[in-house]
Design a protein around this ligand. Sequence first.
Ligand code: ADP
Ligand code: MG
Length: 223
Amino acid sequence: MKLHEFQAKEIFRKFNIPVPEGRVAASAKEAGSVAGELKGPPWVVKAQVHAGGRGKGGGVRIVKSLSELKSAASAILNNPLVTRQTGPEGRKVHQVLIEEGVEIDREIYLAVTIDRSRAMPVVIFSRAGGMDIEDVASTSPELVLKQFVNPATGWMPYQGKTLGYSLHPLPAPEAVKGLTTLMERLCRLFVSLDCSLAEINPLVITKDARVLAVDAKITIDDN
Ligand code: ADP
Ligand code: MG
């Protein structure tokens, strides 16, 4: 079962994984009142559909005023969204997520999934976040790092450090700490909810060295 981004982010909050402040809306008017309760402008308007690549398809828009926010929300809600994952007919959008816009310094890729051949969870990490990980894996495989989660020991602190300290240039110490803590929490979430995928792309380091999950994708194993 695939969850929507806003649902995945509610779960992230329960596991103390930091996310931007935000709420869903089903109309342009409601989008306006949600924005009034958040930090911003800028705000971000995000189509809630089960398909990636929304940014490139016009389903994620950064806006700088309330009037821009309302017209972005109604444009997204009133037109099917076409991305490289939807097919040409696109997908109807019933809800948009309204979020505070954060000041991004770096975008990282982080996911936990199951490696069936090894029969254990694997953490996948890349400093080339924000792009399609399949593209990164085929053009620059050296940028895709993996750490396996041995079920006997669970996620080990050294594994987070191995990934965190692989970044060049090295982020501020509090950002590295934020990354390693977040990896541990994502592994705990993955196991406790029987996920088949928990993916953050991008995981962001802000200009003030905070670490935030700006996108969120969770798939639960129905079995
Ligand atoms: P998708 O993967 O479907 O394209 P994302 O949630 O990854 O959607 O958003 C696409 C891009 O939009 C991100 O890589 C990021 O640069 C930007 N973005 C998304 N949410 C925010 C936010 N709250 N603040 C600032 N930028 C954002
Ligand atoms: Mg994304």
